[in-house]
Design a protein around this ligand. Structure first.
Ligand code: COA
Length: 180
């Protein structure tokens, strides 16, 4: 794979029914690889009925595939959900999570995809804030978020239960005006 190509090298796209098996493979691996996205939960196949009706996104959450432009390979997923900082819609924000297949990691694709998701959510919704939260030990994700223009805001102590213990999470965010 030619890693010297200029950006964009990945795009985010809606999933279709034809992607159902690929999504299952990605999520099955993610659920059992012992990594930062493995919560020991039982694997749940993607809802094919929903997928047949249209994209996997609604007013409160969504999932896009990360596709390598050069060969059209699906190399990961990026999903988001609404978080609320007040009872009014103006206080809503998006929290996203990302997972790349192991072979595609460490090549800058994650940085690109996380830049793209902020652009996508700011363009398609009125939200003012896009967030990501990751284990304090997940150095690759922290570095990728920083390279993608997210600001480190603080640590949520022992916020996440995973792998038999509680983990501190670092919170990152991009604001609408940060895109300028
Ligand atoms: C986290 C993830 C999305 C990052 O995407 P990526 O494409 O692998 O990351 P990038 O190549 O864009 O950037 C990674 C950066 O971290 C650095 N890095 C990676 N591992 C590191 C380590 N152990 N220590 C220090 N830096 C590290 C890389 O060198 C690179 O920085 P650089 O370009 O300045 O050299 C991807 O690795 C992944 O899907 N991991 C598994 C799932 C996961 O952890 N998701 C996030 C959970 S919240």
């Amino acid at each position: 794979m030619d890693e010297t190509l200029p950006e964009p090298r990945v795009r985010l796209r809606d999933a279709t029914l034809a992607d159902a098996d690929a999504i299952d493979d990605l999520q099955r691996a993610q659920h059992s690889d012992g990594g930062f996205n493995d919560f020991g939960l039982p694997f749940k196949p993607v809802d094919r009925e929903a997928l047949a009706k249209g994209p996997l996104r609604n007013d409160d959450n969504g999932l896009l595939l990360i596709e390598r432009i050069l060969d059209g390979a699906v190399i990961g997923t990026i999903g988001w959900h609404r978080v609320r900082y007040g009872p009014n819609p103006e206080s809503d924000a998006w929290m996203f999570g990302i997972d790349l297949v192991p072979k595609a990691r460490g090549r800058g694709y994650g940085t690109e995809a996380q830049r793209l998701i902020a652009r996508y959510l700011f363009e398609t919704t009125p939200a003012h804030r896009v967030e990501a939260s990751t284990d304090v030990e997940n150095i690759a994700e922290q570095r990728a978020l920083e390279k993608a223009g997210y600001t480190r805001e603080g640590v949520n102590r022992k916020a996440q239960w995973r792998a038999g213990g509680r983990h501190d999470l670092v919170l990152y965010a991009r604001l609408r005006e940060d895109l300028a």
